[in-house]
Design a binder for this molecule. Structure first.
Ligand SMILES: Nc1nc2c(c(=O)[nH]1)N[C@H]1C(S)=C(S)[C@@H](COP(=O)(O)O)O[C@H]1N2
Ligand SMILES: [Mo]
Length: 520
């Protein structure tokens, strides 16, 4: 009898089960970290767990950790999380080997902890949940698969068979491939993080110039004092993110140039330093996504700092017949913007600043375009590298051949933020509040109605400008029972919001945001 066909001792089998657990969970964690590095650089399952631990431990422990480890305290924390994960992974392997499903349950529990940690991080975007979910699923699938192979190799009881050497090779190969995959994912993560951290240090290194044209003052009372209404200015970590970039482009400002090409008298190339030296304009501008459903949250208001696009185009002098500017991103994505919207007196910006800091990497660092009044897909190009002056007849932005309209003016819309749909409220006067927007036209009226009754005019807070959303509030008398409440806005031209419900494609949803609340 050769060594490889001997019956496996329980101790040896347990050791292999532990190794299996570590390989399976390791591969899952590695995939999760890689995915996070790509889609949500700010938050990964492991760093989220670290953050959650920091938030959870009492201050004394924190002080002790700093006293013992100094600035290495975070490295020590991550190492501890790594060790605990390894131990749990080994236990999961052993459990799964003893009783099918138990190791999987432990892995699922740990995955749920990772997901919870990610969800509790303030800087977690919508994509951040992908990483812990994918990590858990992969760990579970690999755990079951590998443990089954282990069992086939060395039954603890029963006679060895002819097939055993084959089963041994099959098990070891599978574990080896799993470990190699985990190592590869780990290396890729390190490379991506390094590129990201280089761009991020460049991002932190430069000071935003102060604006030659400062932002308009926010009028007193612009934010209604009603809990639950979205903040007047959206903090960067909460700002919605929409793009086709699988990997967030990391552009070093030194290497960045903006080219103006196409139908122009003079082609221009601009460096980042040259751009920063231009007289900057600061403006609050609300941008929105064409894919925003009625009542949706793909909209945000920020203080942008940038150089007006019209000044750059004036230097380039567009030729007769040009009617569109195709703005190109470093990743090849494009938007087609009417030339008019970039040369008229609205403040279309080559933006470098967002709410007092350099653009976050995911929001287009180092330079993006922001155009009041147009949906993002036809105007808000992030990681901007080229402006090609052209004609709608000759060129189209990324989304146009994919079923979206060539022109994307933002439609007048309004949203009820509070109370939330499905809420239970006390009967009597209930305070409603929310936002309304019709960028570059402005909002003059917001009305609400209960159960299709008469429209009642809400109190409109003073807006920052016609380019930003406005907040509103209104107390409505609700009798006990279920009620349907609707909102509609009217723009400065006197045109009311469109009542008919239409889908987001091809040029933005219409219809009234409707919430149902129960008064009792
Ligand atoms: N390079 C690039 N820029 C882009 C996009 C994109 O996919 N790639 N998406 C656009 C769309 S559809 C919107 S709504 C806005 C969203 O900007 P935000 O992610 O900063 O909120 O970016 C625009 N700029
Ligand atoms: Mo969008």
């Amino acid at each position: 009898m050769s060594r490889s066909t001997k019956k496996m001792t329980t101790a040896a089998r347990t050791r292999w089960a532990a190794v299996t657990g570590v390989a399976a969970v390791g591969a899952g964690v590695a995939l999760g970290e890689l995915l996070a590095a790509v889609v949500s650089p700010g938050v990964s399952p492991v760093t989220a767990l670290g953050g959650a631990v920091i938030d959870a431990v009492p201050p004394v422990v924190k002080d002790l950790a700093v006293a013992w480890f100094g600035t290495a305290d975070k490295v020590v924390l991550i190492a501890c999380i790594g060790l605990v994960t390894l131990a749990l992974a080994a236990v999961a392997g052993i459990l799964e080997d003893r009783r099918t499903g138990t190791g999987v349950a432990l892995a699922a529990l740990a995955g749920a902890a990772g997901l919870t940690a990610v969800l509790t991080r303030a800087q977690a975007g919508q994509l951040a949940v992908l990483a812990p979910v994918a990590a858990t699923l992969l760990a579970i699938v690999l755990l079951r698969f590998l443990i089954r192979r282990l069992a086939a190799w060395r039954p603890v009881s029963g006679a060895a068979t002819e097939a055993v050497p084959l089963a041994r090779r099959s098990f070891l190969t599978a574990v080896g491939i799993t470990a190699a995959g985990a190592a590869l994912a780990g290396t890729a993560t390190a490379v991506i993080r390094r590129a990201g951290s280089l761009a991020d240090s460049a991002r932190k290194a430069f000071a935003l110039p102060s604006p030659a044209t400062p932002a308009q003052a926010i009028p007193p009372g612009a934010a209604v004092d009603l809990p639950g209404v979205s903040p007047l200015v959206t903090p960067n970590p909460d700002f919605y993110r929409i793009d086709t970039a699988l990997i967030v482009p990391t552009i070093s400002p030194q290497d960045w140039t903006l080219k103006v090409t196409g139908l122009v008298e003079r082609e221009i190339q601009l460096s980042f330093d040259e751009l920063l030296a231009k007289p900057m304009t600061a403006r609050h501008i609300t941008i929105a996504c064409v894919s925003n459903e009625v009542g949706g949250d793909l909209i945000g208001n920020a203080l942008w700092l940038g150089w007006p696009v019209r000044e750059l185009l004036a230097m380039a002098r567009p030729k007769e017949g040009a009617d569109m500017v195709l703005s190109v991103s470093s990743d090849g994505w494009t938007a087609g913007t009417p030339l008019e919207a970039l040369t008229d007196d609205r403040d279309a910006l080559l933006a470098v600043g967002m709410n007092g800091e350099a653009l976050p990497l995911e929001h287009g660092f180092p330079v993006r375009m922001i155009v009041p009044g147009l949906y993002g897909y036809v105007s808000a190009t992030k990681w901007l590298t080229e402006l090609k002056v052209t004609r709608f007849a000759d060129d189209a932005g990324y989304w146009t051949p994919r079923g979206w309209s060539a022109l994307g003016p933002i439609k007048t819309q309004s949203r009820i933020d509070v109370p939330r749909g499905g809420a239970r409220v006390a009967a009597g006067t209930v305070q409603f509040g929310g936002v309304a927007w019709a960028q570059h036209r402005g909002i003059t009226k917001v009305e609400l109605r209960v159960d299709q009754g008469p429209w009642q005019e809400a109190v409109l807070a003073p807006g920052i400008s016609t380019d930003t959303w406005v907040q509103w509030r209104l107390g409505l008398d609700l009798t006990p029972g279920e009620h349907e409440v609707q909102v509609r806005a009217t723009d400065a031209a006197g045109t009311p919001q469109i009542a008919e419900r239409t889908p987001v494609a091809p040029d933005g949803a219409t219809g009234y945001h409707t919430v149902t609340v129960t008064a009792g």
